[in-house]
Design a protein around this ligand. Structure first.
Ligand code: SF4
Length: 256
C-alpha cells in the first residue's frame, strides 16, 4: 500500500513498460508451448497441420511483440505512430489485468502498478496530440478535495465555493473560470459517470486516487482521460490535496 502520509510520488511509466515487456514475453512463451505440446498429435491428423497452427501462433506472437514495441515507441517519442487509440484500449482492457496479476506475483503493490498505468495512459493520450475546445473539456474532482469542515456543499455546484482558500477547490474553480471549462465535484463513480453522460465531454481531466482513476479510465474508454493523482496528507478520502499547476499544465496541452 502507498503510505497515505506521503504526497503522491510522480508516477513513472517505466515500471508499466517493463512489466508490459515481461508480460509480452510470457504470452509469446505460452503461445509457443500451446503450439509445441500438441504438435505430434496434430501431425497424426494431417502432416501439414503443425505447420499451419505454427503459422497462426507465429502471427499471434508477432502481433504481441509488435504491439509492445509500438507502445514503447509511442510513449518514448510522445508521438501517435500508429493506432494509439486502439493500443490504449488493448492496454486498458487486456494488458492491465494481466500486468496487475504478474506484478502482484512479483510483490509489486497494486497502487504502484496503477500509478504507473495512469502515467502510461496519460502519455498515450498526450501522444495523440488532441486539441479540444474548452467547452468540450471536463475537470472531474473527488469530493474529498473539499475541506471536511467547509459548510458549503460544492458537489454538483462548485460555483458555490466562496474561495476562502482553505482547500484546493478555490484554485481549481478559478482555473476552470480562467479557461471557461466545465468543472464538477463527484461523490463517487456513479455520480462521475452521470456527469460525463450529461456533459458529453471530448476529454476529461480527472483527479482521484490510484484506484478511482484506474477504474474511471477503464469505464470511460474510448473517451480520453488524463489522470492526476491527489495527495493524501491526512490519509485516504479526507482533506486531500492536488497541485493546481499540474492540472493547468494538462489543460494547456489539450486546449485548442
Ligand atoms: S475554498 Fe471553497 S470549498 Fe474550500 S473551504 Fe473555502 S469555501 Fe469551502
Amino acid at each position: 500500500m502507498t503510505d497515505p502520509q506521503k504526497p503522491a510520488a510522480t508516477p513513472r511509466k517505466r515500471l508499466f513498460v517493463a512489466l508490459m515487456g515481461v508480460t509480452c514475453l510470457l504470452i509469446v512463451g505460452v503461445i509457443y508451448l500451446l503450439w509445441w505440446v500438441p504438435t505430434r498429435g496434430l501431425a497424426n491428423i494431417h502432416p501439414d497441420l503443425p505447420r499451419i497452427v505454427g503459422l497462426v501462433f507465429g502471427i499471434l506472437s508477432g502481433a504481441a511483440l509488435l504491439g509492445t514495441i509500438l507502445l514503447v515507441l509511442t510513449t518514448a517519442l510522445g508521438k501517435d505512430i500508429l493506432f494509439t487509440r486502439f493500443m490504449r484500449g488493448v492496454v486498458i482492457r487486456f494488458l492491465l489485468p494481466v500486468i496487475e496479476f504478474f506484478g502482484n506475483a512479483l510483490g509489486i503493490s497494486k497502487d504502484t502498478i496503477r500509478q504507473s498505468f495512469i502515467a502510461m495512459n496519460n502519455s498515450l493520450v498526450q501522444s495523440q496530440r488532441l486539441l479540444v475546445q474548452a467547452d468540450r473539456v471536463l475537470i472531474l474532482l473527488p469530493h474529498c478535495l473539499q475541506l471536511f469542515d467547509c459548510e458549503i456543499k460544492v458537489t454538483g455546484a462548485i460555483n458555490k465555493c466562496i474561495r476562502c482558500g482553505r482547500c484546493d477547490i478555490k484554485g481549481l474553480a478559478e482555473l476552470a473560470e480562467k479557461y471557461r471549462i466545465d468543472i464538477s465535484v463527484a461523490t463517487g463513480g456513479t455520480l462521475a459517470r452521470k456527469v460525463i453522460i450529461e456533459k458529453r465531454p471530448k476529454l476529461v481531466v480527472a483527479v482521484a486516487c490510484e484506484r478511482d482513476l484506474t477504474s474511471g479510465i477503464k469505464d470511460c474508454y474510448p473517451l480520453p482521460v488524463i489522470g492526476i493523482l491527489n495527495d493524501r496528507p491526512f490519509g485516504p478520502c479526507f482533506n486531500t490535496r492536488v497541485e493546481v499547476e499540474k492540472i493547468d499544465q494538462a489543460l494547456r496541452m489539450v486546449l485548442a
